[in-house]
Ligand binder design. Sequence first.
Ligand code: TPP
Ligand code: MG
Length: 255
Amino acid sequence: MHLGIGHEAVGAVLGRHRRAGDAVVSTHRAHLHALAAGVDPVQLAAELLERDGLNHGKGGHMHLFDPEARFMCTGIVGAGVPIASGYALKQSLQADGALTVSVVGDGTMNQGAVFETMNLAAVRGLPMVFLCEDNHYSISVRREESTAGELRRRGEPFGIPGFACDGTDVDRVDEAMGQAFEITRNGEKKEAARTRDPVLRLRERLLDSGTPEARLEEGENRATETVAEWFAAARQRPLPGKKTAREHVFADVQT
Ligand SMILES: Cc1ncc(C[n+]2csc(CCOP(=O)(O)OP(=O)(O)O)c2C)c(N)n1
Ligand SMILES: [Mg+2]
């Protein structure tokens, strides 16, 4: 049973910053994160005891799945990290302000999948927080024997800022996690959407120069309807039939 003794501040602060709609993907040491994500405590306790609980006693303490709370974990070290990017991809497509927390241990930070996911998350601007619980050990191996460099800086080559703190000081954890959540929720992408979108820029300028909002809305509605009409008409056209597969592909050569 992988307990969270010494990790209490991280669980508590995660619960404070998590909002409905956020996803949490945890590790083999998942109980505090499950509570933070809003998993029902009795369901959780029953699952730890392999009774009829969250996953009917078949998951046990390392395989907790609660789709409603958007919480899951896995006992395979590092395996949850790419899965977490799937939640974050959906959130990014829906642009609903939600984010995904991918929890990792200090040892897990050395798994290749973590780097691959950092790269993709950065390239696609995914709303993802990599939350590393550094307890200085991976089972019996001291961090110094397995891990080079500073964990906080592992995201730097990908442009992902890192914040380190004493994980046993609840106020410092609150500060660090608060910063990470803030940057992730209100990242550059939204700023770019506002300042680099030509339609929004023109809209702002027209409003500033006195055009009534209602007039802008009327124009926007008309444009939306017009495009909808184009697509409604286009949907009336037939799909290409099998017999036409060779038509319009090769030039007709007269011999
Ligand atoms: C792919 C894989 N390799 C090895 C293991 C065995 N294992 C379970 S926990 C663990 C150490 C994880 O260390 P860390 O990421 O620091 O998390 P901690 O247990 O310290 O919270 C290992 C190697 C595993 N579960 N999965
Ligand atoms: Mg560890």
